[in-house]
Write a protein that binds this ligand. Sequence first.
Ligand code: AMP
Length: 185
Amino acid sequence: MIIIFFGAPGVGKGTQAALFAERMGYGHLSTGEALRNAIAAQTDIGKLAKQIVDEGKLVSDEIVTKIVEETLVLPKFQAGTILDGYPRTLGQAEALENILAAKGQKVAVVVNITVNQETLVQRLLARGRKDDNETTIRERFAVYEKETAPLLDFYAKTPNLIKTIDGEAEVEEVYKRVKAAVEAR
Ligand code: AMP
């Protein structure tokens, strides 16, 4: 089963994706995390991505899709796959369709988590990651609105694929909502 965790920066999708994957025994791929690891390890991808991530811009579709292809074949991902922060552009969504189609698979559900704007900013500032300064946060919201939010129209073409969850609650409460949404697919 392929599940996409979707939402604006700071919405809690990383927290929920990690929790869901751990409890279900599924593989969890956060492309942001993969990029941060590559940057820390100073790999070729890390060197290419560093400045882009620091500025809150998007790394190229080719680079992130390569990470996705390499990860989806890992044994853990055969039971189930949680995608967190991917796809973020229409190009990535189409690339994902192709990767999955080659294996006879499809996205099973898009968990779209929403919270109000004020909560988003507060959560990001509280998190204190290197790319969580005010300038970068503003850029990441702008990129989300322009490049990523339109993916909801892309996935809405498949009836009932998108499950929208109110993420304005404690972690365990949001988790219950996520689980119920996935089970209702
Ligand atoms: P995240 O951990 O999902 O907030 O991602 C942190 C940063 O990594 C983003 O601001 C982008 O610079 C980069 N990134 C993560 N996922 C992607 C993606 N799917 N496409 C392009 N850039 C990405």
